[in-house]
Design a protein around this ligand. Structure first.
Ligand SMILES: Nc1ncnc2c1ncn2[C@@H]1O[C@H](COP(=O)(O)OP(=O)(O)OP(=O)(O)O)[C@@H](O)[C@H]1O
Length: 831
C-alpha cells in the first residue's frame, strides 16, 4: 500500500473507468502518488474558476481501473483490522455525482464480484470474529442518512434494535457528545449482527430505504449523505479484567459535490443541491479548521454531517478518503475541484488511539479484590514490623472517645504524649483538638458569664447602680482591672455585704421603671423571664441586658456563694480539671527551690520527717565513728611512741651489758617493763577500738542507705508533683545532669531535682565520710578536702539554680505529639 504523511488523513483517488480518459490532460507519475493535470489554453474556458493551467496533486495512492477487491485491499482492509483492535476508522467517499462513490462504498448489490467496501468489511470482520475465539466480540450496525439537513434511520423499518425511533425522523434523533468526545446519535437504532448474513441483511434493508432522487446526470444519483457504521465491542474471554475496547467503522457515502449550475437542476432538486452544497462547504471549512493547528474552534455543529462525523474525521480516528473522480475531459474542472478538496483533507492530522473502557461493575469488583489483597499485605508488613496493633479502618466511636480523652489529658497537662499509629488517628486527633478547644472556650465563656455582667458605661443608670452596690470603679468608670472600653466587666458579687443593698432593690422590681424617669422599663430586664434574681448568662450578650440589669443591681450582685467561692472564682478552670489542679496552677509558678521548700512542708511532710530522723541517727553514728577514729589514731600514735621508747631502752640495755638470772633469762629494769606493759595495753585498746569502729561504720553505711532511699523518694514525689503542676514539657532533671545521688545508688528514671538543701546536706555528709576514711592515713589532707568540698558545693548550687523553670512563654494547650511505634522513614509530626 502506498502511503505518505503517516499522521495525516490518507487520500486515495479513484478514477471511474471510461473509454474517453483524457490522456493528454491527466498524467500519473511513476511514484504512483502524483497526478498532474494540464489544461490547454484553448480548453481554459472549460475549466471553471481555475486560473492555473497545470495542476499537480500528490496523494497516498491512485486507483485507476482498480477492481473492487483491489480498492478494498489497498484502502480499507487495514482500517478494518485496526477497528477490530479498538481504533475508530472512517472511510469517506467524496466526489462528483456519478463518479462512483456509492459504487465504492456499497458496490453493485446484485453482483457479488462488484460488491463494495461495506460487504467486504463485514466479511472480514466476521472472519476475524470466528478466528478470535478468545475474544467475545459483539457487532452492531447502524445506518444513518442525512438528507436536506434531516436525519433518517435507514434501519428503522426493522422491528428489533436497541433504539426505536418511529420512522427515523430526526425530531426523534439528536447528536450527543459523550464525556470523552465520542459522538452518538441518540435515537438511531443499533442492530446486533451475529454473523455476516445478518449484517448484510441490515445493509440491504438500509439500501432499499435510502432516499433516491432522480438527477439529470445520473438516474441513480444519491442526493443524501449515508453513514453505515459497524460498531465493534471486544472483551477478553480469558482475562476477567474490567477492561474492554470499542470501535466504530464508518463507511460514508457523501452526496455529490458538483456545483449547482452545472446540474441544471430546478425545484426540489435545486433545494437538495443547496443543502448538499451547504453541508459539503461546511465539511470543507471543518477540514480546513482541523488542518490548521492554530485554530481553536472547529465548526462541527454547523451541519448535521460534520457534527455526526465529529469523532470520525482526524483526531483519534484512522481516517481515509477516496476521492472519486472522472477521467473524462469534460469533467476535468470537477475533478480538479474534488482533488483540491482532497488535498485539504490530506492536511488533517490524525493520532489514532485505542478506545479502552472499564466496566464499572467489574472495575469495582477488581478494585475491591485489590484493596483486600493490599490490606492483607499491609497486615503482614505490620506484623513483621511489630506493628500489629495498627488499624487503618475508620475509627469507631469508642476509639474517638479514647482520643478525645487523650487530647483532654494533654490539654490539661496530665500527659505529654498522644498515641499516634495511623493517619486516621492524626486526623481524628486534630478533629478532637478542635472540638475540645471549642468546648473549653464555651465553658470559659460560660464561667465569665456566670461571674460577670457587661455594663454599658454610657448607661448612667447602670453605672450608678454599680456604684451603689459598692463596687470599686475608677475615674473612667472601669471596674478595677478592666480595660477602657465602651463596656465594663463587673463581677457578680459574692459577698452578703454587697447583696444587702441590692436585696433592697430586689424587693421592689415593679418600682424600678418608675424610679428613673424617661427610661424604658428595666424591671423585666431578664430576657429569660426568670425574674430579676436570676443572673442569666443569656442576659448579657448585648448592651440591652446590661442596661436592664443596671437598674437591678441586686440581680447582678447577689449570689449565694460565700467568701470561699469568691476565692475559687479567681481561677478559670475547665470542667474536667479537678479543683486541686485548678488551685495548684498559679499564674506565676514558684521556682523549684521555693516549691521544694513548700513541698516538704505539705505534701512531702511525712517522708521529710522520716528522712530527717534517719539523718539524725546517721549523724550520731557518724560522730561515734569520728570519735572512735580519733581514739584509734591516738592509740596508734601512742603505740608508735611506746615502741620507739622501748627500742631505745633495749638498745641502752644492750650497750650496758645484759643481766641474766639463774634460769638464764634476761633481766630488765622497771622502766622497760612499764613500757612493755603499756604497749600491750595500747595494742589491746587499739584492737578493741578498731573493731568498734568497724562495727559502727557498718551501721553508718546502713543508715546512709536508708537516708538515700528516703531522699530519693522525697525528690521523686516532688519532681512528679512539680512537673505535673507547673511544667509544660519534659525537661532535663537533676539526675540527668549527674548529681543528687550517691555513687552506687540506682537512680530512678524520673529522679529529677535535688533541692539546694538536699544537695548541700549530701555533700556535707559526703565530706564527713571521706574525711573519716582518709584522716587516718593522711592527717594533713583535711584542708585539701575541705576546700574541694566547698568548691563542689558551690557548683552544685549553681547547677541546681540553672535547672529549667516553668516555661511561661509556652501558650497553654500547645500540643506536642510524639509517635509510638514509629516505623522507619515515617513522617514525624511537629506542631
Ligand atoms: N469504478 C467503477 N467501475 C464500474 N462501474 C462504476 C464505477 N464507478 C461508478 N460506476 C458506475 O457508475 C454509476 C454511478 O456510480 P455511483 O452511483 O456509484 O456514483 P455516485 O458517485 O455514488 O453518484 P451520486 O453522487 O449520485 O450518489 C453506477 O452505475 C456505477 O455502477
Amino acid at each position: 500500500m502506498m502511503s505518505s504523511g503517516r499522521n495525516r488523513v490518507k487520500i486515495f483517488v479513484r478514477f471511474r473507468p471510461t473509454p474517453n480518459f483524457a490522456h493528454d490532460s491527466v498524467e500519473f507519475l511513476n511514484d504512483g502518488q502524483t497526478i498532474n493535470i494540464h489544461a490547454k489554453k484553448e480548453d481554459k474556458r472549460q475549466t471553471v474558476n481555475n486560473q492555473l493551467l497545470d495542476w499537480s496533486f500528490k496523494v497516498d495512492g491512485i486507483l485507476h481501473n482498480a477492481s473492487q477487491e483491489q480498492v478494498y485491499e489497498t484502502v480499507v482492509a487495514d482500517m478494518t483490522t485496526k477497528a477490530l483492535n479498538g481504533f475508530n476508522g472512517t472511510l469517506l467517499a467524496y466526489g462528483q455525482t456519478g463518479a462512483g462513490k456509492t459504487y465504492t462504498i456499497t458496490g453493485a448489490t446484485e453482483n457479488y464480484k462488484q460488491r463494495g467496501t461495506i460487504p467486504r468489511a463485514i466479511a472480514q470482520i466476521f472472519r476475524s470474529v470466528e478466528e478470535q475465539s478468545d475474544q467475545a466480540i459483539v457487532i452492531r450496525v447502524s445506518y444513518l442518512e442525512i438528507y436536506n439537513e434531516n436525519m433518517f434511520d435507514l434501519l428503522s423499518t426493522l422491528p428489533e434494535g436497541s433504539s426505536s425511533n418511529n420512522g427515523g425522523y430526526d425530531n426523534q434523533m439528536t447528536i450527543v457528545e459523550g464525556a470523552n468526545g465520542s459522538i452518538c446519535v441518540k435515537g438511531l437504532s443499533m442492530h446486533v449482527a451475529n454473523n455476516e448474513g445478518e449484517a448484510l441483511n441490515l445493509l440491504f434493508e438500509g439500501e432499499t430505504n435510502r432516499a433516491i432522487a432522480s438527477h439529470s446526470l445520473n438516474k441513480n444519483s444519491s442526493r443524501s449523505h449515508c453513514i453505515f457504521t459497524i460498531h465493534i465491542e471486544s472483551r477478553s474471554r480469558t482475562e476477567s479484567n474490567a477492561k474492554y475496547v470499542t470501535s466504530k467503522l464508518n463507511l460514508v457515502d457523501l452526496a455529490g459535490s458538483e456545483r449547482l449550475g452545472k446540474t441544471g437542476s430546478e425545484g426540489q432538486i435545486q433545494k437538495e443541491a443547496m443543502y448538499i452544497n451547504k453541508s459539503l462547504t461546511f465539511l470543507e471549512q471543518t477540514v480546513i479548521a482541523l488542518a490548521d493547528k492554530h485554530r481553536g474552534h472547529i465548526p462541527y455543529r454547523q451541519t448535521k454531517l460534520t457534527h455526526a462525523l465529529k469523532d470520525s474525521i482526524g483526531g483519534k480516528c484512522c481516517t481515509t478518503m477516496i476521492a472519486n473522480v472522472y477521467g473524462d475531459f469534460p469533467q476535468l474542472d470537477e475533478t480538479i475541484s474534488t482533488l483540491r478538496f482532497a488535498m485539504r483533507m490530506k492536511c488533517v492530522p490524525v493520532e489514532p488511539a485505542v478506545n479502552e473502557h472499564y466496566d464499572p461493575w467489574l472495575l469495582v469488583r477488581e478494585l475491591d479484590a485489590n484493596i483486600k489483597h493490599l490490606k492483607q499485605e499491609l497486615d503482614m508488613h505490620n506484623t513483621l514490623a511489630n506493628r500489629a496493633q495498627v488499624s487503618y479502618s475508620s475509627l469507631s466511636d469508642g476509639q474517638m472517645n479514647d482520643i478525645k480523652k487523650q487530647v483532654r489529658l494533654f490539654l490539661e497537662g496530665k500527659t505529654s504524649e498522644i498515641d499516634v499509629t495511623s493517619l486516621h488517628q492524626i486526623g481524628a486527633i486534630f478533629t478532637q483538638f478542635r472540638s475540645v478547644v471549642l468546648e473549653m472556650e464555651r465553658d470559659i465563656n460560660q464561667q465569665y458569664k456566670n461571674k460577670f455582667l457587661l455594663l454599658d458605661k454610657s448607661d448612667s443608670d447602670a453605672m450608678l447602680a454599680v456604684q451603689k452596690a459598692g463596687l470599686p470603679l475608677d475615674d473612667h468608670g472601669n471596674y478595677a482591672g478592666t480595660s477602657e472600653t465602651a463596656f465594663t466587666v463587673v463581677p457578680i458579687a459574692t459577698q452578703q455585704a454587697t447583696a444587702a443593698p441590692a436585696s433592697k432593690q430586689k424587693q421592689q422590681p415593679p418600682a424600678s421603671p418608675k424610679r428613673k424617669s424617661g427610661k424604658k422599663s428595666r424591671g423585666g430586664g431578664s430576657p429569660t423571664g426568670r425574674g430579676p434574681a436570676s443572673p442569666s448568662p443569656q442576659a448579657e450578650p448585648g448592651a440591652k441586658p446590661a442596661k436592664s440589669g443596671a437598674t437591678q443591681p441586686s440581680v447582678q450582685l447577689a449570689t449565694t456563694d460565700g467568701a470561699e467561692s469568691t476565692k475559687k472564682e479567681e481561677s478559670f478552670p475547665t470542667d474536667s480539671v479537678t479543683e486541686e489542679k485548678k488551685t495548684s496552677r498559679p499564674s506565676t509558678p514558684p521556682t523549684r527551690p521555693q516549691a521544694f521548700e513548700e513541698f516538704k512542708k505539705e505534701r512531702g511532710q511525712e517522708i521529710n520527717r522520716i528522712l530527717n530522723e534517719n539523718k539524725t541517727i546517721l549523724m550520731s553514728k557518724k560522730r561515734i565513728v569520728r570519735d572512735l577514729a580519733h581514739a584509734v589514731n591516738a592509740t596508734k600514735h601512742m603505740i608508735d611512741g611506746t615502741r620507739v621508747a622501748l627500742e631505745r631502752k633495749k638498745n641502752e640495755r644492750m650497750e650496758q651489758g645484759e643481766f641474766v638470772n639463774e634460769e638464764g633469762e634476761t633481766v630488765i629494769d622497771e622502766e622497760e617493763f612499764q613500757l612493755i606493759s603499756q604497749l600491750k595495753n595500747l595494742k589491746q585498746t587499739y584492737r578493741h577500738d578498731y573493731d568498734e569502729l568497724r562495727n559502727v561504720k557498718t551501721e553508718v553505711e546502713y543508715c546512709q542507705k536508708l537516708v538515700d532511699q528516703c531522699r530519693q523518694k522525697l525528690v521523686q514525689e516532688f519532681d512528679a508533683w512539680y512537673n505535673d503542676s507547673f511544667m509544660q514539657d519534659n525537661h532535663e532533671t537533676s539526675a540527668s545532669v549527674g548529681y543528687g545521688a550517691r555513687p552506687g545508688i540506682i537512680v530512678p528514671a524520673r529522679l529529677t531535682l535535688n533541692s539546694q538543701q538536699a544537695n548541700l546536706e549530701d555533700d556535707q555528709e559526703k565530706f564527713e565520710r571521706v574525711q573519716q576514711e582518709l584522716l587516718m592515713d593522711h592527717q594533713d589532707s583535711a584542708a585539701f578536702y575541705n576546700a574541694k568540698m566547698r568548691t563542689r558545693r558551690r557548683q552544685i548550687y549553681e547547677k541546681a539554680m540553672a535547672q529549667p523553670q516553668p516555661n511561661r512563654q509556652l501558650p497553654p494547650g500547645v500540643p506536642q505529639v510524639s509517635m509510638r511505634n514509629k516505623p522507619p522513614n515515617q513522617m514525624s509530626y511537629v506542631y
